[in-house]
Design a protein. Sequence first.
Length: 153
Amino acid sequence: MKKLFLIILALLWVTQLSAAEAVTSESLVSILQGAGYEAFVDEEGDASFYDQYEMLYWATPGYPEENSIYIQSGWSATENVTSDEAYKIANEGNRQVFTIRCFYEPLTRTFYTDYTLRYPETGLDEEVFLRTVESFLSEADTYTDYLIGEGAL
């Protein structure tokens, strides 16, 4: 009985390791496609996908020991927005959304949003990932509307 218990524990441990290691861009694309998203692995190896407005987003698995997925999107700033204005707009965006982080990158003149989803060592729960994506898209929509309202896009 004791041997059987130890074998079961060992199998569970191996299964947990496999689940945590299985989070790849390809597996994220599969989850996203299963939920109806147009998703693909892009040139940089990220899981890229479009929302209902055909805005591009990407999800990047973290290193396996981090048990994380980095979700991000970006929008090019219009020529009439100065860097000082862009920083103020991004900071105000952070006051309007709760989950995602908003920032501005001056070298590429791009507004970004991102979020890091951490998952347990036992592996990624697909439902949690998809709910996180939906929440991210909702807040990114709020931020996009704000950027448009400010004339930044």
